[in-house]
Design a protein around this ligand. Sequence first.
Ligand SMILES: [Cu+2]
Length: 111
Amino acid sequence: MRKLVAMTLLSLTVASGAVAQMDHTSMDHSSMPMAEDMVHAPATLNAIGDGTINVSHGPIAEIGWPAMTMDMPMMEGVTLPEGMQPGDEIIMMLGQDHEGMYAIGGVAAAE
Ligand SMILES: [Cu+2]
């Protein structure tokens, strides 16, 4: 329990440091967006590629996308949860890169 509290305090410290950095006028737009800024959308995982995943998703109103099946690039360093495989229902977290292109910043198993 004591360890958990210490870890929570550490992550709060890191988070507030990140916020201070984001407020800076020379903000680096190529940095990975924070999870809470991402659009969360349910999808079916069809195939796992090299740095991409193929998904079928419904309409995503937040970003004006219709339902489609597509290859989505994954942001650098993003990996799938252990044991995830084609056919699984997922929640994809979409963020924009510095050119405004959407890419996957995180994947979670759908509940
Ligand atoms: Cu799509």
